[in-house]
Design a protein around this ligand. Structure first.
Ligand code: SAM
Length: 240
């Protein structure tokens, strides 16, 4: 069944218009009509079944019928990703959304070679991935910020998995076994990796946990996907 992310409060019998893009998608692309059902979620009220109540020239009115799934909170995991080239960045946002991260924080490091981010495009990718993957929320994507600045405002109880390609770090699964629940973050560097100064600074942080993702150097998107998958398997909402 089609799932759409909406920004309206969701409760039984509520009725609201979809935006122009979503209305067109429903009626012209998916050929839906009055009486057809779909699922909607807004990140706060759970997932609700809706019925198409009216189809106007430029908008569709939905009528909320019943609660399908109560709201659940995504695992408390933030992905800090050094800004990389557009295509890879879009892949990372889509996969991070599918893998259930709560927030995505693009960071600028010494070797970041692109600063420009199409945040609106990334938000669309995250929303579409949330709709496809069955999430009940959409991850927040922060504006790019310098890594130092982000770390200077760090919440001390949040542990940071520092994915360090330089080696001599604990394998990530060993670091996560018996690591305990709580707020976590994952840090992935840019194509050019971390500078020696950055590495020394990061390894000196009390909340940083340097980890290895194996003996090979992974591309930033591969590294992000591997680290998020392993974290979810060890501490996330996959645990049986
Ligand atoms: N300079 C290389 C390159 O151009 O591909 C390495 C950078 S790598 C693409 C980007 C980031 O992925 C690294 O900074 C690190 O955070 C992560 N990464 C890649 N391989 C890793 C490994 N074997 N262990 C830990 N982290 C890794």
């Amino acid at each position: 069944m089609i799932r759409l992310y909406v920004t309206h409060p969701l409760l039984a019998d509520a009725a609201f218009p979809l935006d122009d893009g979503q209305s067109r998608y429903l009626t012209q692309v998916m050929r839906k009509a009055v009486g057809d059902e779909l699922l909607v979620f807004n990140g706060a009220d759970g997932e609700w079944r809706c019925r198409i109540d009216q189809v106007g020239k430029r908008f569709v009115i939905l009528k909320v019928t019943s609660l399908q799934r109560p709201q659940v909170v995504s695992p408390d995991l933030i992905l800090l990703i050094a800004v990389v080239k557009r295509g890879r960045m879009e892949t990372i946002v889509e996969k991070a959304t599918e893998l259930g991260v709560a927030e995505i924080w693009p960071v600028l490091t010494e070797r970041t070679n692109t600063e420009r981010l199409r945040e609106d495009r990334l938000m669309i990718i995250a929303t579409e991935a949330s709709e496809q993957t069955g999430r009940l929320d959409v991850p927040n994507i922060a504006a790019p910020a310098k890594l130092d600045k982000t770390l200077s405002k760090w919440e001390p109880e949040r542990r940071l998995l520092f994915c360090d390609e330089a080696g001599d770090a604990v394998p990530i699964l060993a670091a996560l076994t018996d690591a305990g629940l709580g707020p976590w973050a994952i840090l992935i560097g840019p194509e050019g990796g971390f500078s020696p100064t950055e590495r020394a600074k990061l390894r000196g942080l009390p909340f940083a946990v340097p980890v290895s993702l194996g003996p090979r150097i992974l591309r930033a998107d591969t590294a992000a996907i591997s680290a998020m998958t392993l974290w979810q398997a060890a501490l996330g909402d996959w645990r049986t």
